[in-house]
Structure formats: C-alpha cells, structure tokens
Design a protein around this ligand. Structure first.
Ligand code: TYD
Length: 132
C-alpha cells in the first residue's frame, strides 16, 4: 500500500490533475471504473485479487478503505490529489461513502472474475500457502 500524491495544475480557472501510465501511475492502465451514487451505509469490496494492481482515487467527496494483508489498515480518501496504490493479494473493503463520493479506480488489467478471491477464509488460506 502506498499513497501517491499527484501534482495539481492550478490556476485562476481552477485545478487539473493528469494521470499517465508509467509516470505518476506505476503501471500500464488497462481499465478505469468508478463507483458513485453509493447508498448511505453501504460497505462494498470484500475481495482480494490474485494478480492485479490498482490505484484508487476519490475524485469527489470521501470514503474509507480497509486494506488487509493479514494486518488491517484503514485509510481515509478525501482528496482528489491522492492515489492509493493497492497491490495484489490485499483484501479490501470500502465504506463511509459520502453522498457525493466518486471513487475512480485505475487497474493494470481487464475485468476478470477468475482473478477475484471473494471469501475471506479462502484469502487467508491463499496468502498463508503463498508465504510458505
Ligand atoms: P463488484 O465486484 O461486486 O463491486 P465491489 O467489489 O466494489 O463491491 O462489482 C459490481 C458489478 O460490476 C459486478 O456485477 C461486476 C461488475 N464489474 C464489471 O463488469 N467490470 C469491472 O471492471 C468491475 C470492477 C465490476
């Protein structure tokens, strides 16, 4: 997990942030998706990826991210100039979405349901097996 700080091109017109593969985003971007209009109180995610790198950017509003690689960390994303790099084999849950939250995610591969681990015990077993 790493927080990336993006440069804001600000002037009297407002602000602009540019995201570029292998420059301020540390991989080839193959997919972008965004989560918005999240119903109050929703908690989502509940999965890890076997092989996927992602950068999460809260471009509007705020939300919290729980990351778990065996050890749990909670991160508040509330600024559009911050990107949260999430590597493979990290369990994630997203919650406390503000009504105006738009969570944009950049990924280094296409959507592939086969890459998901959606069961927490299976995730723990998988990382234990890989470490040994
Ligand atoms: P889901 O993985 O359940 O979202 P979350 O983990 O945030 O709770 O995804 C919601 C739906 O969107 C599910 O039917 C799969 C689909 N989906 C795609 O078609 N493409 C994508 O890139 C993603 C991330 C999800």
């Amino acid at each position: 997990m790493e927080l990336i700080r993006f440069k804001i091109n600000g002037d009297e017109k407002g602000s602009l942030i540019s995201l570029e593969s292998n420059k301020n985003i540390p991989f080839d971007i193959k997919r972008v998706y965004y989560i918005f209009g999240t119903i109050n109180g929703t908690r989502r995610g509940y999965h890890a990826h076997k092989n996927l790198r992602q950068v999460l950017i809260c471009v509007s509003g705020s939300c919290k991210i729980l990351l778990d690689n065996g050890k749990k960390t909670e991160i508040l994303l509330n600024s559009s100039d911050q990107g949260l790099l999430v590597e493979s084999l990290i369990w994630r849950e997203m919650f406390d979405f503000s009504a105006d939250c738009v969570l944009m995610v950049l990924a280094d591969n296409y959507y592939d349901e086969e890459d998901y681990i959606r069961d927490y015990q299976e995730f723990l077993d998988y990382i234990t097996k890989i470490k040994n």
